[in-house]
Design a protein around this ligand. Structure first.
Ligand SMILES: [Cu+2]
Length: 232
């Protein structure tokens, strides 16, 4: 299994990533429609103005009043439409934020991820110390299960970024910051560091999130620790 050579933020592999992708496409769609309407109106007005015969009495008081009336009408309409669109976006924004803050499940898999110059340390905690599993640069998770990662750093500020899951969490020394995702598709997804963390920063793209079937995940965890891999 190889990693995708192109990491796309528009190719979501989990519900959190999907919520952000939907928000993105809603914004792009509305903004594109507004752009087309504005440009079409501009061309319409230019065309109309160029065809209108030049009259010498256009500055009469009656014409002025009519122009003022029309301008007030159009500007008021445009302002009202803008306010309505902005209010609609506030609702979409809040609903997306609610989706992002909700942990998808009561019993998520808990993983500790610690940034180092220049690699990721991954720990699978277990009440039995001898069952704690540790890996370097590979986060293995079962498909369809919610995962909470507690992100930290040993040295400088790093940022754990998994584009396919829309995870981007700063790793800060002294803090253990939770972030979550639910992987929806088996695969191997690149991990990046999104904070310039020293001259080996580029090497931190060597990490991968490996999403496996539950059986494969259990086999992998067992091969690493010999532990009972039930986390439900
Ligand atoms: Cu880094």
């Amino acid at each position: 299994m190889t990693a995708q050579w192109l990491q796309s933020a528009l190719d979501p592999k989990g519900p959190k990533a999907e919520a952000i992708a939907h928000f993105h496409w809603a914004l792009v769609t509305v903004v594109t429609i507004i752009y087309i309407v504005v440009i079409a109106t501009l061309f319409y007005v230019l065309r109309r103005a160029s065809r209108r015969p030049v009259t010498l009495n256009h500055d009469s008081a009656a014409d002025e009043r009519e122009l003022d009336r029309r301008m007030t009408y159009w500007v008021s309409g445009a302002v009202a439409a803008t306010v309505l669109i902005l209010i609609a976006f506030v609702f979409v924004d809040v609903s997306t934020a609610r989706t992002l803050s909700r942990v998808g499940g009561l019993k998520p898999l808990r993983i500790d991820v610690v940034g180092h110059q220049w690699w990721w340390e991954v720990k699978y905690p277990d009440p039995e110390p001898h069952n704690v599993t540790e890996t370097a640069n590979e986060i293995h998770v079962p498909v369809g299960k919610p995962v909470i990662m507690f992100v930290s750093s040993k040295d400088v500020i790093h940022s754990l970024k998994i584009i396919a899951m829309r995870v981007c969490q700063d790793a800060i020394p002294g803090l253990r910051i939770p972030c979550w995702f639910v992987p929806k598709q088996v695969g191997r997804y690149q991990i990046n560091c999104a904070q310039l963390c020293g001259n080996g920063h580029a090497a931190m793209t060597g990490g991968f999130l490996v999403v496996q079937t539950e059986d494969d995940y259990k086999k992998w965890l067992k091969s690493k620790s010999g532990a009972d891999t039930s986390f439900e």
